[in-house]
Design a protein around this ligand. Structure first.
Ligand SMILES: Nc1nc2c(c(=O)[nH]1)N[C@H]1C(S)=C(S)[C@@H](COP(=O)(O)OP(=O)(O)OC[C@H]3O[C@@H](n4cnc5c(=O)[nH]c(N)nc54)[C@H](O)[C@@H]3O)O[C@H]1N2
Ligand SMILES: Nc1nc2c(c(=O)[nH]1)N[C@H]1C(S)=C(S)[C@@H](COP(=O)(O)OP(=O)(O)OC[C@H]3O[C@@H](n4cnc5c(=O)[nH]c(N)nc54)[C@H](O)[C@@H]3O)O[C@H]1N2
Ligand SMILES: [Mo]
Length: 700
């Protein structure tokens, strides 16, 4: 065994993987706020270890359990390594045969050409954040679909309600710097199971705690994170906006407001003040399922600690009023003036900080050439696949090209999603690593490379560094990067614009604006040479961005106008008749050892999670005569699925947790939690309401 350890050359071509040990700079591709810098060890052309980069500040050498298993996932015996063509009917058990790339591309191009000749809008891309990389995400795919004139996809499935709420308040998706949480005196961890899904934030929160800070968790579920906080408020799902108004009531009643900050930096305060005065601690407590003292104490702690910070996460915006709830919570640090300190304020997303640096032309929207378009919301794919052509909808969806996503498992209301994917007349092409539930319903499955096998560049929604991912090994089998698959598909369709001849190195150079955000290009440029030398590049940003206002909104102020609480579509209070039949509010947050539906097929991780479970309080279980560990049926008018009952102190009465997101085919009856979720959309951002869902549970 060679002991020579050398840094990877900057321009490492996959073929260069040879003998000896090499260390390659990578970036974790997953949809997670942490976007860790990876240190990949390659020995004789094989990845033997994936670790956190020790010198990257927020990664600090540590990775979560999941991504430490990345080699197990990459070399998994079930990797799809050749193009596959379906030979069974859509409603039959899936059977595929191996075909060549030439046959696959030729046949797909032929069918797409025929559809495009009638109406290219009948072709729909379906993608999300299987990889967050700018290149293997939309760089070449966007060019392909723009050139075709395909339908546009509204990518709403995760964060768009909260994103819209945050942008409506501050002007953009911006917030505190991650590292500054270490200096906070109080941290509200709100709608976030940080230990499971934002581990590298937790490190800073822990540091604050060791320095004497108080940590308070606001979450219906008593999570691993709640276990480690000083206090936990288990409010009812979807009532966060009411809680924020109740806190404002107390800030007003006790004179805990920063009047100077409000006067100079908040629009619409008088209107908000009038609304908040209606939310006494008693009314708030009744709406949220808390006690009035819990509301009072929380307000006092938040208002009297300085600096006070809020780590908000997307868990709380997957309900009807999710956008407005974010608006109200994001106003709290404006009312107390917490923004004056760099360790005060709020962080939901940092992705807006990158906006001035990104090149809006990377995906070449100009290739659309002014043709009419339409936009399909990915969160209503169930309904939309079943829709006929109409003047308002446009053409029926005839072809679906899926990459970086597993919609059959993750999209709401699976019975309709599955019925849509089972349409015999639908052409479905899936670019994947594995035979997911979605790949099982494809006509063609095309083998894609993993993060270890391709080049990419990453921004983050939890910190403010750009990361590079150099390829560590050659593609396995016949796998190709998404970029290459779309380049070759373009060629097969006879599209030969220069945009399709850019290789991944060229795309990387085009990912950011050449001159940076300043007109003169003096500040804010991404230094690509430095990025590739170091593996990451920190954006040059202000320490305490809103210490003196200056929000990136049109007025420079935070906007409170119109923000208000909206109750859930489905709840005891808003739909009492429905709640009489389906009295349990169900949320389905991420499982710690899965990343959405990714990693569910990695045995060592699935073994830790066990099987699909539903957490329920002892009181709710006793009322139904149910026992811990038994199989139950979770159901409502939309559908049902079977799983194991976990009678758990993590659940409060009236709320059950279906930890996600399992591959349907690995569930007890070939289904998962999305069997019961609905397709209605949030108040802002057109997002799904996964956690706004009433169910009943019975013995299976
Ligand atoms: N291990 C792991 N990490 C992940 C993911 C994963 O699947 N697994 N998913 C990634 C993705 S896609 C995202 S978007 C991010 C962020 O994803 P988030 O969905 O924000 O993930 P969590 O931090 O688990 O936050 C969800 C928390 O919100 C709580 N919650 C549910 N409803 C409500 C509510 O109405 N109010 C309040 N206050 N809390 C509520 C849930 O109980 C849960 O603890 O995490 C990413 N990180
Ligand atoms: N009930 C319920 N449903 C939910 C949620 C919930 O909390 N509850 N969470 C929602 C959220 S926050 C999100 S973000 C969505 C997530 O939904 P998705 O974005 O669909 O995420 P994953 O399920 O992780 O599926 C990503 C797929 O991309 C593939 N992939 C990864 N890298 C590459 C690549 O380089 N090339 C190609 N071609 N494929 C690749 C992976 O193998 C994986 O199968 O789910 C949503 N669904
Ligand atoms: Mo997400």
């Amino acid at each position: 065994m060679s002991s020579a350890v050398s840094e990877a050359p900057v321009n490492l071509a996959p073929q260069a993987a040879g003998s000896g040990i090499r260390i390659v700079k990578g970036a974790c591709p997953h949809d997670c706020p942490d976007t860790c810098a990876l240190r990949v060890t390659v020995e004789d052309g094989r990845v033997v270890k994936v670790q956190g980069q020790p010198d990257h500040p927020s990664t600090h050498g540590a990775l979560c359990t999941k991504v430490s298993r990345y080699p197990e996932r990459t070399y998994h015996a079930e990797r799809v390594l050749h193009p596959l063509k379906r030979v069974s009917a859509k409603h039959e058990p899936p059977r595929f045969e191996r075909i060549t790339w030439a046959q696959a591309l030729g046949e797909i191009a032929g069918r797409l050409r025929a559809i495009a000749a009638r109406d290219p809008r009948a072709i729909l891309p379906y993608s999300y954040a299987g990889t967050m990389g700018l290149l293997q995400g939309e760089a070449m795919a966007g060019r392909f679909f723009n050139r075709l004139g395909a339908s546009l996809l509204d990518r709403t499935i995760c964060a768009s309600a909260g994103g819209a709420g945050l942008a409506a308040t501050y002007g953009h998706k911006v917030g505190m710097h991650l590292a500054h949480f270490a200096e906070s005196r109080l941290i509200l961890i709100w709608g976030s199971n940080s230990i499971a899904s934002n581990l590298h934030f937790w490190t800073f929160a822990n540091q604050a705690r060791r320095n004497g800070a108080t940590l308070i968790c606001i979450d219906p579920r008593k999570t691993e994170t709640a276990d480690k906080c000083h206090r936990h408020l288990a409010l009812l799902p979807g009532t966060d906006g009411a809680l924020a108004l109740g806190l404002m009531h107390e800030l007003i009643a006790h004179g805990w407001l920063d009047h100077d900050y409000i006067a100079r930096h908040v629009d619409g305060w008088e209107e908000l003040r009038a609304k908040a005065l209606a939310w006494t601690p008693e009314r708030t407590a009744a709406e949220c399922g808390l006690t009035a003292d819990e509301v009072r104490d929380l307000a006092r702690d938040y208002a009297t600690a300085a600096p006070a910070a809020i780590r908000l996460n997307y868990g709380m915006q997957r309900v009807r009023g999710g956008g407005n709830a974010v608006r109200l919570i994001a106003l709290l640090p404006c009312l107390t003036g917490a923004w004056r300190h760099r360790a005060g304020g709020l962080l939901l997303s940092s992705s807006g900080w990158f906006a001035p640096f990104k090149n809006p032309a990377l995906e070449r929207p100009d290739l659309r050439g002014g043709r009419p378009s339409r936009t399909i919301n990915m969160s209503t794919i169930g309904d939309d696949l079943l829709r006929e052509a109409s003047p308002t909808f446009g053409p029926r969806i005839e072809a679906l090209i899926v990459y970086n996503s597993n919609p059959v498992a993750v999209a709401p209301e699976s019975p309709k999603v599955v019925a849509g994917f089972e349409r015999a007349d639908l052409l479905t092409v899936v670019l994947e690593h594995f035979m997911t539930d979605t790949a099982d319903l494809a006509d063609y499955v095309l083998p894609a490379t993993t993060q270890l096998e391709h080049l990419d560049i990453h921004i983050s929604y939890g910190h403010t560094d750009v990361l590079v991912n150099e390829p560590a090994i050659a593609p396995l089998g016949e796998a190709k990067p998404n970029t290459q698959i779309f380049r070759e598909l373009a060629a097969a369709m006879g599209l030969d614009e220069p945009a399709f001849h850019d290789d991944d190195e060229a795309l990387l150079r085009q990912a950011f604006r050449a001159g940076g955000p300043d007109a003169d290009g003096a500040a804010g440029t991404i230094d690509l040479a430095r990025l590739r030398e170091q593996g990451w590049f920190k954006l040059p940003l202000a320490e305490a961005p809103f210490a003196d206002g200056g929000f990136p909104s049109a007025s420079g102020k935070a906007d409170a106008r119109g923000a208000n609480y909206l109750p859930n579509y489905e709840s005891r209070l808003s739909t009492p008749e429905l709640a009489a039949r389906y009295p349990l509010a169900m949320i389905s947050p991420p499982a710690r050892n899965h990343l959405n539906s990714t990693f569910v097929n990695v045995k060592s991780l699935r073994d830790i999670e066990g099987e699909q479970v539903l957490e329920m309080s002892a009181g709710d279980a006793a009322m139904r005569g149910l026992a811990d560990g038994q199989m139950v049926r979770v159901f409502n008018d939309r559908g049902s699925y079977r799983c194991k009952l976990d009678v758990s102190a993590r659940a409060r009465d009236g709320v059950v947790h279906g930890l996600g997101i399992w591959w349907r085919k690995l569930g007890a009856d070939g289904r998962n939690v999305n069997e019961v979720t609905h397709q209605r959309l949030t108040d802002m951002g057109r997002a799904p309401c996964f956690y706004d869902c009433l169910v009943e549970v019975a013995a299976a």
